[in-house]
Design a protein around this ligand. Structure first.
Ligand code: NAD
Ligand code: UD1
Length: 310
């Protein structure tokens, strides 16, 4: 049985990953419960949760002396771009420096780590206009969040080249699904929309801009498939991968499809676009396809599955 560390394992993506791999692995989670929640992970004999901060080196030393990890999925981060703009220094500590600390611990572990997978973001592309965004597209990080993600992912890849540590980085596009927290105005748009479509919110939703902005919305189950595939594939060592569907959907299309799925209507208000909002985004996923990945859910299917479970 492999021993797997998931940083940020009580969060949205981390909790899905923990549940997926717990049957065949011993899962260790470290999470400071800032945006994550204890109840995101069901009690399970193969999952151990440590409430702790990845910026605390003593905590990391404890973990790496207590366990020998086969796989490390490093997902813990201040995941809100807006928060990174408010608090650039704190963001740097968690989103960048702690990544390097984790890499150091992984490098010094006696038993070689089979794979260290780092969660980067499509935010590294910024408002660079080339579409689709491939792994070869220019990067233009515009916020502390994006700068830290890009710097971290470059460190992650350099640890492969310099020290032979088995690493990979992934750039998530717009991930959605069960347990994504809708509570902040900067929460993922589908989580906010889902809340609006449920009766408790009286169906009000604000579109920032004209709704023609596009995103590559990727369902959580496809994301977990891709993460596990990358972690286990020989060819992905020292490589970065986009994780998306390759399909572009506008916000207006999304609302229309959700209306169709739920049979509910919502009151939609249009306001000024958010400052710095990206007009169009879609992932090129040929590199990931070459590893054998094919998304199983288009937006309609993903929304249907999400709605059924909501
Ligand atoms: P999330 O906020 O649900 O999960 C992040 C987890 O990290 C939370 O459980 C939080 O409590 C924990 N955490 C934060 N700071 C920590 C610290 N200092 N020490 C320990 N734990 C800490 O977000 P998510 O959507 O699950 O995102 C997971 C990763 O994927 C993040 O790195 C995020 O930047 C990245 N990402 C997500 C998306 C998306 O669409 N959801 C897109 C691009 C990148
Ligand atoms: C998202 C991620 C970000 C990641 C980036 C990579 C979230 C919360 N953010 O940002 O971490 O780095 O993708 O591509 O997942 N919108 C509305 N009304 C709302 C909320 C949002 O109109 O109530 C609009 C936004 O202005 C934007 C679109 O919906 O145009 C998508 O917004 P959001 O889900 O926040 O994602 P990104 O901005 O793409």
């Amino acid at each position: 049985m492999s021993t797997v560390l998931i940083t940020g394992g009580l969060g949205f993506i981390g909790s899905h990953l923990a549940h997926r791999i717990a049957a065949e692995s011993k899962v260790v989670i470290v999470d400071n419960i800032s945006t994550g929640r204890r109840e995101n992970v069901q009690p399970h004999s193969d999952i151990t949760v440590y409430e702790g901060d990845i910026t605390d080196n003593e905590m990391l030393t404890y973990l790496f002396t207590t366990y020998e990890f086969d796989y490390i999925y490093h997902l813990a981060a201040i995941a809100s771009v807006a928060e990174s703009v408010e608090r650039p220094h704190e963001t740097l500590e968690t989103n960048f420096k702690a990544t390097v600390s984790l890499l150091e611990h992984a490098r010094n572990q006696k038993h070689p780590v089979k794979r260290f997978v780092f969660a980067s973001s499509a935010a590294v592309f910024g408002d660079e206009k080339t579409l689709p965004k491939t792994e070869f597209s220019p990067v233009k990080p515009l916020t502390p969040y994006a700068i830290d993600k890009l710097a971290s992912e470059q460190y992650v890849l350099a640890y492969n080249a310099l020290y032979g540590l088995n690493t990979s980085a992934v750039r998530f596009f717009n991930v959605y699904g069960m347990r994504q927290n809708p509570e902040s105005p900067y929460s993922g748009v589908i989580s906010i929309l889902t809340k609006a479509f449920s009766t408790e919110e009286q169906g009000r939703f604000t579109v920032y801009g004209n709704g023609n902005q596009t995103r590559d919305f990727v369902f959580i189950k496809d994301v977990i498939d891709a993460l596990v595939l990358i972690a286990h594939h020989e060819k992905s060592k020292g490589e970065v991968y986009n994780i998306g569907t390759g399909q572009e959907t506008s916000l207006n299309e999304l609302i229309g499809q959700y209306q169709d799925i739920t049979g509910n209507t919502i009151e939609t208000m249009y306001e000024e676009p958010r400052q710095g909002d990206i007009h169009a985004s879609v992932a090129g996923i040929e590199k990931l396809r070459k590893l054998g990945f094919e998304p199983r859910y288009n937006v309609y299917e993903g929304l249907t599955a999400y709605w059924k479970n909501y």
